[in-house]
Design a binder for this molecule. Structure first.
Ligand code: PLP
Length: 350
């Protein structure tokens, strides 16, 4: 039987606004599906779909995915500890994956393909790659709706500190770190820049200008529509909005470039363990890491040294990132402490 004779039909089921189950590959009667794979996915929905479909097609595995933000997915995995509903967790920011490992929620698996990681993350992979693999990276920036700023006659901000000016009142959104990996990454960036107390002083002042905490770093549609003039998220989302025709641009803050990494992990007691390992090996390849930008307009930077990135995205080898201690911020204890502090501060102001 040739590859062409294998017919894959993919169906997407919309379960709720926050929950998507998709990419069920139904193989024809004569082709033996080699098992199943249930994926928790924390990247853009279309990228989840494409990755899930491509793996299904390549390995003749029946795949399903459920998409949620990183913090929400971690919450689900915690809640399902005794009865895991998924085999593998694809994407989402690294710190919650490390927290899941800390909590004993992940299966040990070090893929041989981790060796293809960009040199600057080799050491981190050696230290913490026992449970999670790094598959992409993203730099944190300030998203700006240029049309709205012009209308409001406000100068384009270049620094995080510019956002404290009173003219930004009710014009800023950033993601809630309780549910969003991006939101947590914003906290870690500020702490890496200024230390914890100064970072929280800044956030307290910033919150006075915030009109809403979004549920995900991917919720940039409100910036694109001009509902807010400023958003904080990863730079690639702003390139995507620009390509769609929105008057949006991204600025790398003058204080320094914060960033995070995207991860993949196998969930403890995965029912389809061998397929979860196969999937992990595959998502570490250059071929799989180019799928989001080639097929899903999703421009996070591949972490595989051999993978190409979207021509408009930054060159990962040239970016000068600030120093972020992922081991520290990825500990369950530290994240609980920081999120509790943020929650207490933010809710007391409402
Ligand atoms: N992965 C990718 C590729 C993203 O673009 C983002 C956010 O923009 C995230 C993960 C983090 O998403 P969330 O803030 O929903 O956890």
């Amino acid at each position: 039987m040739t590859t062409h004779s294998i017919l894959s039909i993919h169906k997407i089921f919309l379960k709720s606004t926050a929950l998507f189950i998709g990419a069920i590959s139904l193989l024809p009667q004569f082709a033996q599906a080699e098992g199943k794979l249930n994926i928790y996915c924390s990247v853009q929905n279309t990228a989840c779909e494409k990755i899930s479909q491509a793996f299904a097609k390549k390995y003749h595995v029946e795949t399903q995915f459920v998409r949620n933000s990183t913090g929400t997915t971690l919450g689900k995995i915690k809640a399902e500890k005794d009865n895991p509903q998924a085999d593998v967790w694809y994407g989402g920011t690294l710190e919650p994956h490390l927290q899941a490992a800390d909590l004993g929620l992940l299966e040990k698996y070090r893929s041989p393909n981790q060796k293809q990681i960009l040199p600057q993350f080799k050491q981190l992979m050696e230290q913490r790659g026992e449970f999670s693999s790094i598959i992409y990276l993203m730099e944190l920036g300030i998203g700006i709706n240029t049309q709205k700023l012009e209308k409001l006659n406000i100068k384009k901000p270049q620094c995080f500190k510019d956002l404290l000016k009173p003219e930004f009142k009710n014009e800023i959104q950033y993601p809630d770190p309780r549910v969003s990996g991006t939101g947590y990454s914003f906290l870690t960036t500020l702490i890496a820049l200024w230390g914890e107390d100064k970072a929280f002083e800044y956030l307290k002042a910033l919150n006075k200008n915030v009109s809403q905490f979004s549920k995900s770093g991917l919720a940039t549609n409100t910036l694109a529509s001009g509902e807010v003039a400023i958003d904080i998220s990863f730079m690639h989302s702003y390139i995507r909005e620009q390509e769609k025709g929105a008057p949006v641009t991204g600025v790398l803050p003058c204080e320094g470039i914060g960033y995070t990494l995207g991860a993949n992990s196998i969930i403890k007691n995965a029912r389809n363990l061998e397929n979860a390992k196969l999937f992990t090996d595959w998502v570490l390849t250059a071929e799989a890491q180019e799928i989001p930008w080639r097929e899903a307009n999703s421009y996070q930077l591949p972490a595989n040294i051999h993978a190409q990135h979207h021509p408009k995205a930054s060159d990962p080898l040239k970016l000068q990132f600030i120093d972020i201690d992922f081991l520290h911020f990825g500990s369950d204890q530290e994240s609980k402490k920081l999120i509790e502090r943020w929650t207490k501060m933010s809710l007391s102001e409402q």
